[in-house]
Design a protein around this ligand. Structure first.
Ligand code: PLP
Length: 424
């Protein structure tokens, strides 16, 4: 457990927070048991808590901080925007600039719209897919996470082809009855589901790499076959690249794997760490959005100037500094050494990942949600606490991806590997 470090201030803050904020946190993933550390500040690869403990951070705000925290280039872009005001309720040149850049990297995106979160991006993309096709159903992947809106909050059911049941109280079953599920990496089940429902099937939405249970990687050919299947059945393919966008490559997973969907959602990195979401796609689809077309979508904070200014600085910096080459080779190194450690220790674990995403599964190498659920999540949580005590902050769950940032240097990585060797 966390006996070697003091978390007294965080513990007290948690007691107070619980009386004011349900569960003491603003988002459930942050509710580390028995209590989370409360952050005082973060810089580069490091995050500091209220008690003064400093950790090497592989959570990175669940992905956005691809350059590390408090990056001077992003900060300067935000500062410059602050001097000009931070919310107008009118169009800006900034959003046109970022839209042009994003569209240039994503072959699936002719046009796009900015929103404020990844949740809004997938909610709007699905509404648009339904409006464009004039069909109701969509298929999501078991264990795929697309934010916290009603239609996608559906438990991974036992039967891959069963209709969805809401994953949360407060969502009428009527709202999720059009949400179908298929297991990841299983093109046969997907084919049967698509063919059976094609007359009322608007889209398949998928995280190309399942980032919210792992990462779990696509088997060779899976994404290509899914592209072919959806095309042949006249069903839209939506890549949810909220995690993989600008993480695996400038053009996300679609560039990395060379598979082009009909629509794409982005978030996290593309706002430089400020709130943002993007949904985009082919011109004829996007022109269905209001005010061009009849599918309504709107937001006071959409295209928020500071988020967009930070996003432009982020995208430019990633490209100019060729950051993905550095990130991906750091990821390769991390995975290779972790695999050696596991072998040396004779552990029955598996290292998975891609680019700068990595994870050790406490169990067999999973290829889908049901297999991930077999991993030892209690064992993982105990390991998480040992790592924290060693000064390494991993996402506190077996089911969340670890991320590397450009701010992680050789010393950070070697220290982290030593902590793994000690604590596994
Ligand atoms: N889609 C994916 C793949 C995500 O990982 C997330 C969040 O983690 C979302 C959508 C929702 O994004 P947000 O938390 O910005 O609403």
């Amino acid at each position: 457990m966390v006996s070697e470090i003091t978390l007294e201030k965080s513990r007290k803050m948690f007691e107070k927070a619980k009386t004011l904020i349900p569960g003491g946190v603003s988002s459930p993933v942050r509710a580390i048991k028995p209590y989370p550390f409360y952050t005082a500040s973060a810089n580069g690869s490091r995050i500091k808590d209220l008690d003064g403990n400093e950790y090497i951070d592989y959570c990175l705000a669940y992905g956005p901080a691809v350059l590390g925290h408090n990056h001077p280039v992003i900060k300067e872009a935000i500062r410059q925007q602050l001097d000009k005001g931070w919310l107008y309720g009118t169009p800006t040149e900034l959003e046109v600039t970022l839209a042009e850049k994003v569209a240039s990297y994503y072959p699936s995106i002719d046009m796009l719209r900015f929103v404020s979160t990844g949740t809004e991006a997938t909610m709007s993309a699905l509404r648009l897919a339904r409006g464009f096709t004039r069909r109701n159903k969509f298929i999501k992947i078991e264990g795929g996470f697309h934010g916290a809106h009603d239609a996608v909050l559906v438990k991974a059911g036992s039967g891959a082809t069963t209709l969805g049941e809401p994953d949360s109280l407060g969502i009428p079953a009527d709202f999720t009855k059009h949400t179908l599920q298929a297991p990841y990496n299983d093109i046969e089940t997907m084919t049967a589901l698509v063919e059976k429902n094609r007359d009322d099937l608007a889209a398949v939405i998928i995280e190309p790499v399942l980032g919210n249970i792992g990462p779990v990687l696509p088997l060779p050919g899976y994404l290509e076959e899914l592209r072919k299947l959806t095309e042949e059945n006249d069903v839209l393919l939506i890549f949810d690249e909220v995690i993989t966008g600008f993480r695996l490559a400038m053009g996300g997973a679609q560039e990395f794997f060379g598979v082009v969907p009909d629509m794409t959602t982005l978030g996290k990195i593309v706002g430089g760490g400020l709130p943002i979401g993007v949904f985009g796609g082919k011109r004829e689809i996007m022109e269905m959005i209001a005010p061009s077309g009849p599918v309504y979508q709107a937001g006071t904070f959409s295209g928020s100037p500071c988020s967009v200014a930070a996003g432009i600085a982020m995208v430019d910096y990633l490209e100019e500094e060729n950051i993905h080459a550095k990130l991906n080779s750091a990821g390769d190194y991390m995975r290779a050494v972790l695999s050696e450690i596991i072998e040396d220790e004779g552990l029955d674990y598996n290292v998975c990942g891609i680019g700068s995403m990595f994870k050790i599964f406490f169990g067999d190498m999973p290829h889908n949600y049901q297999e991930v659920l077999k991993c030892d999540k209690e064992g993982y949580l105990a390991f998480f606490h040992r790592m924290l005590a060693s000064g390494v902050f991993l996402p506190p769950s077996q089911f969340e991806t670890n991320f590397i940032s450009a701010a992680h240097n050789d010393i950070d990585i070697e220290k982290t590997l030593e902590a793994y060797a000690e604590n596994l």
